[in-house]
Design a protein around this ligand. Structure first.
Ligand code: CO
Ligand code: CO
Ligand code: CO
Length: 348
C-alpha cells in the first residue's frame, strides 16, 4: 500500500477543527417540535447533555452518543484515532463505560484513494481496542468531503449519571487537558505548525478521557462534561445555566498550549471561537487583567478536549494528585462554584 500524500486538512472547506453548526442554531431547529416522552428516557434532547441515557432496569441504563467531523490533521490514521477518542469522550463525560460503536463515514471516492479511508478506520479501531469497545457495524456514504466518527453505546448505573446541572457552591472545577487545539489545528491547516507542536497536540487529541473518567469514579464528583466545539467557556456556560449557579475562574490556572497563545495573539483564531463568544459572551465577565489572546483561547473550539469536572472542595487536591498518578498529568484546578452571581462566569 502506498503512503497517501493527500493533505487531508486541505480538502476541508472550513477553517480550524470540527466545523459545527453555530451554537443556538440547533436549538432553533428543535424548538417546538414534538420530542419523545418516555419514563425511561433519563437524559434526552429537551436539556441536551453530553449523551442520552435510557433506563433498561433499576441498575442498568444505556448511554448513547454520536460525533463525526472532517479531518483537522493530515495523517489519516491519526485522524481516525482522534475522531474515535472524541466520540467516546461523551460517554466518559456522563460517567459511563463505552461498550459498542458503529462507524459513521462520508468518503469522496472519486477524488481520494481508498487507502486513506482504510487508514482512518484502522486508527479508529486502534482507539476502540484501547477503550475496550467493540465495533459492531457502520454506514458509509459518498460525499464531497471526508468525514469520520462513531456512534457509541455504553453502560451506566442510573444512579451514577454525571450531568451538567448539579454544580454546588464551593465545588472546585478541574480541567484535565490543555486548551488551544482549535487554534493549533488552524495553524496546521495554514501550514504554520511545525512537526513538534503538531505531534504534541495530535497525541493529546488522540488520548482517551478514559483514565480521567476511571479516576473520578472514586471521588465525590457532582457534575462533568467534556470540552469540545463550544470551547471551555461555552461548555462551562451550559453547566452554569443548567445549575442556576455562578463560577469564578482563575484564568492563569487554566492549562493552555503556549503555542496557541502565541498564534491567538497573531489573530490566528478559528471562526468557531468567535461564534462561541457571540453566543456565550453575555454570561462571561472578564477582569481587565485577562489578555485578549487568553480570552480567545477560553472560547477556542476543542477537538477531543479534556473533562471539566466539578468536585467537592475537600477532595479536589486529592483528585488532581490521583489523576497525575494515573498519567493525566495536565489536570488542574481552574476555579470554583459560587452561589452568586447566578448564571455568570467571572474570569479573573
Ligand atoms: Co460532550
Ligand atoms: Co458530542
Ligand atoms: Co456529563
Amino acid at each position: 500500500m502506498t503512503k497517501p500524500t493527500t493533505r487531508l486538512t486541505q480538502t476541508v472547506k472550513g477553517a480550524g477543527c470540527a466545523a459545527k453548526l453555530a451554537p443556538g442554531d440547533l436549538d432553533r431547529a428543535l424548538c417546538g417540535l414534538d420530542l419523545p416522552v418516555d419514563e425511561n428516557l433519563i437524559v434526552g434532547l429537551e436539556r441536551a447533555d453530553d449523551a442520552g441515557v435510557y433506563r433498561i432496569s433499576d441498575d442498568l441504563a444505556l448511554v448513547q452518543t454520536i460525533d463525526f467531523f472532517p479531518p483537522m490533521v493530515d495523517d489519516p490514521y491519526c485522524f481516525g484515532q482522534i475522531a474515535a477518542a472524541n466520540a467516546l469522550s461523551d460517554i466518559y463525560a456522563m460517567g459511563g463505560t463505552p461498550k459498542t460503536a458503529m462507524n459513521v463515514v462520508a468518503f469522496p471516492a472519486k477524488s481520494m484513494d481508498i487507502s486513506i479511508l482504510r487508514a482512518v478506520i484502522d486508527g479508529g479501531l486502534q482507539t476502540m481496542r484501547e477503550a475496550g469497545v467493540v465495533l459492531v457495524g457502520g454506514h458509509t456514504v459518498e460525499d464531497a468531503e471526508l468525514k469520520y466518527g462513531l456512534s457509541v453505546t455504553g453502560f451506566i448505573h442510573p444512579g451514577r449519571i454525571l450531568t451538567k446541572k448539579k454544580l454546588r457552591p464551593g465545588d472546585r472545577l478541574l480541567l484535565t487537558k490543555p486548551l488551544g487545539t482549535g487554534i493549533i489545528c488552524t495553524a496546521i491547516k495554514g501550514g504554520m505548525a511545525g512537526p513538534e507542536v503538531t505531534d504534541k497536540v495530535v497525541r493529546a487529541m488522540a488520548t482517551l478521557n478514559r483514565d480521567a473518567a476511571l479516576v473520578m469514579r472514586d471521588y465525590p464528583v457532582r457534575a462533568c462534561t467534556d470540552i469540545t466545539g463550544f470551547g471551555f467557556l461555552g461548555h462551562l456556560a451550559e453547566m452554569v445555566v443548567d445549575s442556576g449557579r455562578g463560577v469564578r475562574i482563575r484564568a492563569t490556572d487554566v492549562p493552555v498550549y503556549p503555542e496557541a497563545l502565541e498564534w491567538a495573539a497573531m489573530g490566528l483564531v478559528p471562526a468557531g471561537a468567535y461564534n462561541n463568544r457571540n453566543f456565550r459572551g453575555p454570561f462571561v465577565d472578564f477582569a481587565r487583567s485577562v489578555p485578549q489572546n487568553l480570552q480567545d483561547l477560553l472560547f477556542d473550539p476543542q477537538t477531543s478536549g479534556g473533562l471539566l469536572i466539578a468536585v467537592d472542595s475537600g477532595a479536589a487536591r486529592d483528585l488532581v494528585d490521583a489523576l497525575a498518578a494515573r498519567g493525566v498529568a495536565g489536570a488542574a484546578i481552574v476555579g470554583e462554584v459560587v452561589a452568586e452571581p447566578r448564571e455568570k462566569i467571572i474570569v479573573e
